[in-house]
Design a protein around this ligand. Structure first.
Ligand SMILES: NC(=O)c1ccc[n+]([C@@H]2O[C@H](COP(=O)([O-])OP(=O)(O)OC[C@H]3O[C@@H](n4cnc5c(N)ncnc54)[C@H](OP(=O)(O)O)[C@@H]3O)[C@@H](O)[C@H]2O)c1
Length: 327
Protein backbone atom coordinates (compact mmCIF):
# COMPACT_ATOMS: atom_id res chain seq x y z
CA UNK A 1 0.00 0.00 0.00
CA UNK A 2 1.14 3.54 -0.65
CA UNK A 3 0.16 6.70 1.19
CA UNK A 4 -0.36 10.35 0.38
CA UNK A 5 -0.81 13.47 2.44
CA UNK A 6 -4.09 15.36 2.37
CA UNK A 7 -4.73 18.70 4.00
CA UNK A 8 -6.41 22.07 3.91
CA UNK A 9 -3.56 24.33 5.01
CA UNK A 10 -4.26 23.74 8.72
CA UNK A 11 -5.06 20.09 9.24
CA UNK A 12 -2.86 17.53 7.52
CA UNK A 13 -2.65 13.75 7.66
CA UNK A 14 -1.71 10.75 5.57
CA UNK A 15 -4.16 8.31 4.03
CA UNK A 16 -3.69 5.20 1.92
CA UNK A 17 -3.97 6.04 -1.76
CA UNK A 18 -6.78 3.50 -2.16
CA UNK A 19 -9.82 4.59 -0.16
CA UNK A 20 -12.42 1.95 0.74
CA UNK A 21 -16.04 2.88 0.02
CA UNK A 22 -18.61 1.30 2.30
CA UNK A 23 -21.79 2.41 0.50
CA UNK A 24 -23.30 -1.06 0.21
CA UNK A 25 -22.17 -2.37 3.58
CA UNK A 26 -25.09 -3.18 5.83
CA UNK A 27 -27.53 -3.37 2.90
CA UNK A 28 -26.40 -5.12 -0.29
CA UNK A 29 -23.32 -6.54 1.47
CA UNK A 30 -24.06 -8.44 4.68
CA UNK A 31 -22.34 -7.75 7.98
CA UNK A 32 -19.98 -10.76 8.01
CA UNK A 33 -18.76 -10.06 4.48
CA UNK A 34 -18.45 -6.34 5.22
CA UNK A 35 -16.35 -7.04 8.34
CA UNK A 36 -14.15 -9.43 6.34
CA UNK A 37 -13.60 -6.75 3.65
CA UNK A 38 -12.79 -4.13 6.28
CA UNK A 39 -10.41 -6.49 8.12
CA UNK A 40 -8.61 -7.40 4.90
CA UNK A 41 -8.32 -3.75 3.81
CA UNK A 42 -6.82 -2.80 7.18
CA UNK A 43 -4.48 -5.79 7.11
CA UNK A 44 -3.28 -4.69 3.64
CA UNK A 45 -2.41 -1.25 5.01
CA UNK A 46 -5.59 0.58 4.00
CA UNK A 47 -6.43 3.53 6.23
CA UNK A 48 -9.08 5.64 4.49
CA UNK A 49 -12.78 4.74 4.86
CA UNK A 50 -15.63 6.47 3.02
CA UNK A 51 -19.28 6.50 4.07
CA UNK A 52 -22.27 8.88 4.13
CA UNK A 53 -25.38 9.62 6.18
CA UNK A 54 -27.65 8.23 3.42
CA UNK A 55 -25.91 4.91 2.64
CA UNK A 56 -27.74 3.10 1.49
CA UNK A 57 -31.30 4.33 1.51
CA UNK A 58 -31.79 3.38 -2.16
CA UNK A 59 -30.79 -0.23 -1.51
CA UNK A 60 -33.39 -1.17 1.04
CA UNK A 61 -31.75 0.57 3.97
CA UNK A 62 -32.85 3.48 6.11
CA UNK A 63 -29.82 5.64 5.39
CA UNK A 64 -27.43 5.13 8.28
CA UNK A 65 -26.83 1.41 7.65
CA UNK A 66 -23.25 1.92 6.48
CA UNK A 67 -22.32 4.33 9.30
CA UNK A 68 -23.90 1.99 11.85
CA UNK A 69 -22.03 -1.01 10.49
CA UNK A 70 -18.75 0.91 10.50
CA UNK A 71 -19.44 1.95 14.09
CA UNK A 72 -19.90 -1.69 15.10
CA UNK A 73 -16.73 -2.72 13.25
CA UNK A 74 -14.66 0.07 14.81
CA UNK A 75 -15.94 -0.84 18.28
CA UNK A 76 -15.38 -4.58 18.03
CA UNK A 77 -11.93 -4.23 16.42
CA UNK A 78 -10.79 -1.24 18.51
CA UNK A 79 -9.12 0.39 15.51
CA UNK A 80 -10.49 3.95 15.50
CA UNK A 81 -6.98 5.40 15.67
CA UNK A 82 -5.72 3.27 12.80
CA UNK A 83 -8.10 4.67 10.20
CA UNK A 84 -9.25 8.00 8.81
CA UNK A 85 -13.03 8.27 8.57
CA UNK A 86 -14.83 10.30 5.94
CA UNK A 87 -18.58 10.77 5.91
CA UNK A 88 -20.97 13.02 3.98
CA UNK A 89 -24.16 14.92 4.64
CA UNK A 90 -26.62 16.90 2.59
CA UNK A 91 -28.04 14.21 0.28
CA UNK A 92 -30.15 12.32 2.78
CA UNK A 93 -33.91 12.66 2.41
CA UNK A 94 -35.36 15.98 3.52
CA UNK A 95 -38.84 14.43 3.61
CA UNK A 96 -38.57 10.76 4.66
CA UNK A 97 -41.94 10.03 3.07
CA UNK A 98 -40.74 11.00 -0.43
CA UNK A 99 -38.27 9.10 -2.64
CA UNK A 100 -34.62 10.18 -2.85
CA UNK A 101 -34.22 11.40 -6.40
CA UNK A 102 -31.31 13.26 -7.90
CA UNK A 103 -33.23 15.40 -10.38
CA UNK A 104 -35.18 18.48 -9.38
CA UNK A 105 -37.08 18.57 -7.10
CA UNK A 106 -34.44 16.47 -5.35
CA UNK A 107 -35.70 15.97 -1.79
CA UNK A 108 -32.11 16.47 -0.55
CA UNK A 109 -31.71 17.81 2.98
CA UNK A 110 -29.17 20.38 1.70
CA UNK A 111 -26.33 22.23 3.39
CA UNK A 112 -28.03 24.84 5.58
CA UNK A 113 -26.20 25.52 8.87
CA UNK A 114 -28.72 23.70 11.06
CA UNK A 115 -28.57 20.60 8.81
CA UNK A 116 -24.76 20.56 8.81
CA UNK A 117 -24.63 20.92 12.60
CA UNK A 118 -27.31 18.29 13.27
CA UNK A 119 -26.20 15.72 10.72
CA UNK A 120 -22.50 15.90 11.64
CA UNK A 121 -23.36 15.12 15.25
CA UNK A 122 -25.68 12.32 14.15
CA UNK A 123 -22.79 10.85 12.16
CA UNK A 124 -20.59 10.95 15.27
CA UNK A 125 -23.29 9.10 17.17
CA UNK A 126 -23.88 6.45 14.53
CA UNK A 127 -20.17 5.88 13.95
CA UNK A 128 -19.51 5.86 17.70
CA UNK A 129 -16.61 8.31 17.44
CA UNK A 130 -15.80 11.75 18.82
CA UNK A 131 -14.46 13.26 15.60
CA UNK A 132 -14.71 12.89 11.84
CA UNK A 133 -11.42 13.06 9.95
CA UNK A 134 -13.21 14.24 6.79
CA UNK A 135 -16.69 15.67 6.36
CA UNK A 136 -18.04 16.30 2.86
CA UNK A 137 -21.09 18.07 1.59
CA UNK A 138 -22.50 15.17 -0.45
CA UNK A 139 -24.11 17.40 -3.08
CA UNK A 140 -24.02 21.11 -3.70
CA UNK A 141 -26.87 23.25 -2.35
CA UNK A 142 -27.55 26.32 -4.46
CA UNK A 143 -30.44 27.45 -2.26
CA UNK A 144 -28.30 28.06 0.82
CA UNK A 145 -25.85 30.99 0.80
CA UNK A 146 -22.29 29.67 0.42
CA UNK A 147 -21.20 31.80 3.37
CA UNK A 148 -23.66 29.91 5.59
CA UNK A 149 -22.51 26.43 4.52
CA UNK A 150 -18.84 27.35 4.75
CA UNK A 151 -19.39 28.94 8.17
CA UNK A 152 -21.16 25.80 9.44
CA UNK A 153 -18.28 23.57 8.36
CA UNK A 154 -15.82 26.02 9.94
CA UNK A 155 -17.70 25.90 13.24
CA UNK A 156 -17.38 22.10 13.35
CA UNK A 157 -13.65 22.41 12.65
CA UNK A 158 -13.23 25.00 15.40
CA UNK A 159 -15.00 22.64 17.84
CA UNK A 160 -12.60 19.81 16.93
CA UNK A 161 -15.45 17.71 15.54
CA UNK A 162 -14.13 17.71 11.96
CA UNK A 163 -10.64 17.63 10.49
CA UNK A 164 -10.67 18.33 6.76
CA UNK A 165 -13.85 19.40 4.93
CA UNK A 166 -14.80 18.61 1.37
CA UNK A 167 -17.55 18.76 -1.21
CA UNK A 168 -18.88 16.27 -3.76
CA UNK A 169 -20.90 16.37 -6.98
CA UNK A 170 -20.16 20.01 -7.56
CA UNK A 171 -19.30 22.51 -10.28
CA UNK A 172 -15.72 23.78 -10.28
CA UNK A 173 -16.77 27.43 -9.93
CA UNK A 174 -18.62 26.56 -6.72
CA UNK A 175 -15.55 24.82 -5.27
CA UNK A 176 -13.44 27.88 -6.01
CA UNK A 177 -16.02 30.32 -4.60
CA UNK A 178 -16.49 28.24 -1.44
CA UNK A 179 -12.74 28.07 -0.86
CA UNK A 180 -12.39 31.82 -1.33
CA UNK A 181 -15.32 32.43 1.03
CA UNK A 182 -13.67 30.19 3.64
CA UNK A 183 -10.44 32.19 3.43
CA UNK A 184 -12.43 35.43 3.82
CA UNK A 185 -14.03 33.99 7.00
CA UNK A 186 -10.65 32.80 8.34
CA UNK A 187 -11.73 29.17 7.93
CA UNK A 188 -9.71 26.33 6.41
CA UNK A 189 -11.15 25.77 2.92
CA UNK A 190 -12.35 22.48 1.44
CA UNK A 191 -9.31 20.19 1.15
CA UNK A 192 -11.06 17.42 -0.79
CA UNK A 193 -13.45 17.25 -3.70
CA UNK A 194 -15.10 13.90 -4.43
CA UNK A 195 -16.24 13.35 -8.01
CA UNK A 196 -16.79 10.48 -10.42
CA UNK A 197 -13.65 9.65 -12.41
CA UNK A 198 -12.50 6.59 -14.31
CA UNK A 199 -10.58 5.72 -17.47
CA UNK A 200 -13.47 6.32 -19.89
CA UNK A 201 -15.19 9.66 -20.27
CA UNK A 202 -18.88 10.49 -20.25
CA UNK A 203 -20.37 12.40 -23.16
CA UNK A 204 -20.62 16.10 -22.39
CA UNK A 205 -23.95 16.78 -20.76
CA UNK A 206 -25.20 20.20 -19.68
CA UNK A 207 -25.78 20.27 -15.96
CA UNK A 208 -23.60 17.28 -15.16
CA UNK A 209 -21.44 18.42 -12.28
CA UNK A 210 -20.35 15.13 -10.76
CA UNK A 211 -17.41 14.44 -13.10
CA UNK A 212 -13.80 15.32 -12.21
CA UNK A 213 -13.18 17.44 -15.29
CA UNK A 214 -9.70 18.15 -16.60
CA UNK A 215 -10.28 21.76 -15.57
CA UNK A 216 -10.88 20.65 -11.97
CA UNK A 217 -7.70 18.52 -12.02
CA UNK A 218 -5.80 21.49 -13.43
CA UNK A 219 -7.11 23.76 -10.66
CA UNK A 220 -6.16 21.15 -8.06
CA UNK A 221 -2.62 21.04 -9.48
CA UNK A 222 -2.34 24.80 -8.91
CA UNK A 223 -3.11 24.46 -5.17
CA UNK A 224 -0.74 23.89 -2.27
CA UNK A 225 0.46 27.44 -1.69
CA UNK A 226 -0.26 29.66 1.35
CA UNK A 227 -2.70 31.73 -0.74
CA UNK A 228 -4.30 28.65 -2.25
CA UNK A 229 -4.25 25.82 0.32
CA UNK A 230 -4.12 22.24 -0.93
CA UNK A 231 -7.04 20.47 -2.56
CA UNK A 232 -7.10 16.78 -3.54
CA UNK A 233 -9.48 14.81 -5.74
CA UNK A 234 -11.15 11.64 -4.49
CA UNK A 235 -12.56 9.55 -7.37
CA UNK A 236 -15.70 7.51 -6.86
CA UNK A 237 -16.91 4.60 -9.02
CA UNK A 238 -13.38 4.26 -10.44
CA UNK A 239 -14.03 0.85 -12.02
CA UNK A 240 -17.51 1.84 -13.21
CA UNK A 241 -19.01 -0.73 -10.88
CA UNK A 242 -17.43 -3.60 -12.77
CA UNK A 243 -18.42 -2.53 -16.31
CA UNK A 244 -14.87 -2.94 -17.69
CA UNK A 245 -14.94 -6.69 -17.17
CA UNK A 246 -18.51 -7.85 -16.55
CA UNK A 247 -21.29 -8.47 -19.03
CA UNK A 248 -23.85 -8.19 -16.25
CA UNK A 249 -22.71 -4.59 -15.60
CA UNK A 250 -23.66 -2.46 -18.62
CA UNK A 251 -21.98 0.92 -19.09
CA UNK A 252 -23.77 3.76 -17.38
CA UNK A 253 -25.85 6.25 -19.29
CA UNK A 254 -23.58 8.66 -21.11
CA UNK A 255 -20.55 6.35 -21.15
CA UNK A 256 -21.57 4.11 -24.05
CA UNK A 257 -20.07 5.80 -27.13
CA UNK A 258 -17.36 5.00 -29.73
CA UNK A 259 -14.46 6.46 -27.72
CA UNK A 260 -15.39 4.35 -24.72
CA UNK A 261 -15.45 1.21 -26.83
CA UNK A 262 -11.98 2.05 -28.21
CA UNK A 263 -10.61 2.85 -24.76
CA UNK A 264 -12.01 -0.39 -23.31
CA UNK A 265 -10.47 -2.37 -26.19
CA UNK A 266 -7.07 -0.75 -25.55
CA UNK A 267 -7.45 -1.27 -21.81
CA UNK A 268 -7.90 -5.02 -22.30
CA UNK A 269 -4.91 -5.20 -24.69
CA UNK A 270 -2.71 -3.31 -22.24
CA UNK A 271 -3.89 -5.44 -19.33
CA UNK A 272 -2.86 -8.57 -21.24
CA UNK A 273 0.62 -7.09 -21.81
CA UNK A 274 1.17 -5.92 -18.24
CA UNK A 275 -0.25 -9.11 -16.70
CA UNK A 276 -2.53 -6.95 -14.62
CA UNK A 277 -6.31 -7.08 -14.77
CA UNK A 278 -8.24 -4.31 -16.57
CA UNK A 279 -9.56 -3.05 -13.21
CA UNK A 280 -6.03 -2.87 -11.83
CA UNK A 281 -4.82 -0.97 -14.89
CA UNK A 282 -7.65 1.56 -14.51
CA UNK A 283 -6.78 2.12 -10.84
CA UNK A 284 -3.05 2.38 -11.58
CA UNK A 285 -3.86 4.87 -14.38
CA UNK A 286 -5.81 7.02 -11.89
CA UNK A 287 -3.21 6.71 -9.13
CA UNK A 288 -0.15 7.49 -11.21
CA UNK A 289 -1.38 10.08 -13.69
CA UNK A 290 -0.24 13.62 -14.33
CA UNK A 291 -2.89 14.59 -11.76
CA UNK A 292 -2.96 11.73 -9.21
CA UNK A 293 -6.29 11.13 -7.51
CA UNK A 294 -7.44 8.93 -4.64
CA UNK A 295 -9.81 6.23 -5.98
CA UNK A 296 -12.64 5.07 -3.71
CA UNK A 297 -13.15 1.39 -4.43
CA UNK A 298 -16.36 -0.42 -3.48
CA UNK A 299 -15.75 -4.19 -3.45
CA UNK A 300 -18.59 -6.50 -2.44
CA UNK A 301 -16.37 -9.47 -1.60
CA UNK A 302 -12.88 -10.07 -0.21
CA UNK A 303 -11.91 -11.60 -3.57
CA UNK A 304 -12.90 -8.41 -5.41
CA UNK A 305 -10.97 -6.36 -2.85
CA UNK A 306 -7.87 -8.52 -3.26
CA UNK A 307 -7.91 -7.95 -6.99
CA UNK A 308 -8.25 -4.18 -6.56
CA UNK A 309 -5.52 -4.05 -3.88
CA UNK A 310 -3.20 -5.43 -6.55
CA UNK A 311 -3.28 -1.96 -8.12
CA UNK A 312 -1.95 -0.19 -5.02
CA UNK A 313 1.70 -0.77 -5.93
CA UNK A 314 1.29 -1.10 -9.69
CA UNK A 315 3.28 1.40 -11.76
CA UNK A 316 2.41 1.61 -15.44
CA UNK A 317 5.31 1.92 -17.87
CA UNK A 318 5.33 5.35 -19.54
CA UNK A 319 4.71 3.75 -22.98
CA UNK A 320 1.69 1.90 -21.62
CA UNK A 321 0.31 5.06 -20.05
CA UNK A 322 0.91 6.99 -23.27
CA UNK A 323 -0.99 4.33 -25.19
CA UNK A 324 -3.91 4.49 -22.78
CA UNK A 325 -3.91 8.29 -22.88
CA UNK A 326 -3.76 8.46 -26.64
CA UNK A 327 -7.15 6.88 -27.29
N1 LIG B 1 -19.82 11.06 -3.60
C1 LIG B 1 -20.71 10.35 -4.23
O1 LIG B 1 -21.76 10.84 -4.68
C2 LIG B 1 -20.49 8.88 -4.42
C3 LIG B 1 -21.20 8.18 -5.42
C4 LIG B 1 -20.94 6.81 -5.56
C5 LIG B 1 -20.03 6.19 -4.72
N2 LIG B 1 -19.36 6.89 -3.75
C6 LIG B 1 -18.36 6.25 -2.88
O2 LIG B 1 -17.46 5.53 -3.68
C7 LIG B 1 -17.47 4.15 -3.28
C8 LIG B 1 -17.25 3.28 -4.47
O3 LIG B 1 -18.27 3.54 -5.43
P1 LIG B 1 -18.77 2.39 -6.36
O4 LIG B 1 -19.31 1.30 -5.53
O5 LIG B 1 -19.63 3.02 -7.39
O6 LIG B 1 -17.34 1.96 -6.97
P2 LIG B 1 -16.81 0.83 -7.91
O7 LIG B 1 -15.63 0.26 -7.21
O8 LIG B 1 -16.62 1.41 -9.28
O9 LIG B 1 -17.98 -0.24 -8.02
C9 LIG B 1 -18.21 -1.18 -7.02
C10 LIG B 1 -18.97 -2.36 -7.62
O10 LIG B 1 -18.16 -2.92 -8.63
C11 LIG B 1 -18.20 -4.33 -8.57
N3 LIG B 1 -16.82 -4.76 -8.29
C12 LIG B 1 -16.01 -4.34 -7.29
N4 LIG B 1 -14.81 -4.93 -7.37
C13 LIG B 1 -14.86 -5.73 -8.46
C14 LIG B 1 -13.93 -6.58 -9.05
N5 LIG B 1 -12.70 -6.73 -8.54
N6 LIG B 1 -14.30 -7.25 -10.17
C15 LIG B 1 -15.54 -7.09 -10.69
N7 LIG B 1 -16.49 -6.30 -10.16
C16 LIG B 1 -16.14 -5.61 -9.04
C17 LIG B 1 -19.13 -4.73 -7.43
O11 LIG B 1 -20.40 -5.07 -8.01
P3 LIG B 1 -21.26 -6.30 -7.42
O12 LIG B 1 -21.65 -5.90 -6.04
O13 LIG B 1 -22.44 -6.38 -8.36
O14 LIG B 1 -20.38 -7.52 -7.47
C18 LIG B 1 -19.24 -3.46 -6.61
O15 LIG B 1 -20.49 -3.27 -6.03
C19 LIG B 1 -18.81 3.94 -2.57
O16 LIG B 1 -18.77 2.86 -1.66
C20 LIG B 1 -18.97 5.26 -1.88
O17 LIG B 1 -18.22 5.26 -0.70
C21 LIG B 1 -19.56 8.23 -3.62
Amino acid sequence: MRYCTIGDGRTTFDVSTLCLGTMNMGTLVDEDTSFAILDRYLEAGGTFLDTANNYSSWAGGYGRDSEDLLGRWLATRGVRDEVRLATKLGAAKKDPALPLQNVAPTNYQGLAADVVEREAHESLRHLGVDHLDVLYGHVDDLDTPLAETVGAFGKLQAEGVVGITGISNVALWRVVEAREEALRQGIAPYGLVQQNLTYVYPTPEPGRHNWASYELLDYVASTGTPERPPLAVVAYSPILQGAYVRRDKPLWDGFDHPTTRERVRTLHEVAGQTRATPNQVVLAWLLGGEHPVIPVIGPSTVEQLDELLGAADLDLDPEIRARLDAV
